[in-house]
Design a protein. Structure first.
Length: 109
């Protein structure tokens, strides 16, 4: 069972592995990158290291940033509103990015 933190960005809800969260930043000072793809919100310095922040939803806002320390030693940021702590079984979740999960949806055919 994974310990997760719910992050909501507009209509999108994702679940971040709690043990990977290095820092939660309120109103992060993220600098936009000209020409970056739509899912890239921008970059921010954290402990003198540039961190790329990704937009996983459609809110267009940036009130809270989650900096994740990934298993390979790199860092990535995601934006969104913090939610409740949760737990999830990996077989019921789908990893959309390292350390970031969505719940699988059952489809009826």
């Amino acid at each position: 069972m994974m310990e997760l933190v719910t992050v909501k960005d507009g209509s999108c809800t994702v679940y971040v592995e709690k043990n990977l969260i290095k820092q939660v930043v309120i109103h992060p000072q993220i600098q936009q990158v000209p020409g970056a793809p739509d899912h890239i919100c921008g970059i921010m310095l954290y402990e003198r290291t540039p961190v790329v922040f990704c937009r996983l939803g459609d809110s267009g806002g940036c009130t809270c940033g989650f900096i994740l320390g990934l298993r390979d030693g790199t860092m990535i940021g995601v934006i969104g509103e913090p939610g409740a702590e949760d737990s999830g079984e990996p077989e019921k979740m789908m990893e959309v990015m390292p350390g970031i999960w969505e719940k699988k949806c059952d489809t009826i055919e």
